[in-house]
Design a protein around this ligand. Sequence first.
Ligand SMILES: [Zn+2]
Length: 170
Amino acid sequence: MTRGPRKIGFEEMGKMAERSTDVYLPKGGSREVTLCSKCNAFYWNKRWSTDAAALTKAQAEAGTAKAVCPACQRMHDDNPAGVLSLSGDYLLQHENDILNMIKHVEAVTRAKNPLARIMEINQENKVLTISTTDAKLAQKLGRELFKAHKGELHFLWSQADSFVRVNWTR
Ligand SMILES: [Zn+2]
């Protein structure tokens, strides 16, 4: 099936970080299950899931359209929705703890939203950079880090709220 570049309209209701992945969402109106050919996440009833039993049921009901999900597409395009930069002496002393916490928060978030993923973790010049496929995940990682380890936390949203830069230092 062909998938045109048609954009999805947004409801302008307050500040919604959910818009982060909207540019990549499948267009509306499809009666089929949209199944990601890379990660097997699927879109059905207006949400993404990885529940195998639910997938079998939905496919029997509605058939399948193969596609690439927004998270896989972002990874392929190397186009993160959020980037966290962590720095400071405290970070260096507690790096393992902090990395473990970050991976844990990702796992918990991803269980609810399969499109919220860490793309890459890089370390360069004592700065830890974590890119995510979902702006809300980046925001949440920053918040959880601040809750557990204090420090200084700053969010910088792009104008369209589609991208967030999170800086944490301690
Ligand atoms: Zn995927």
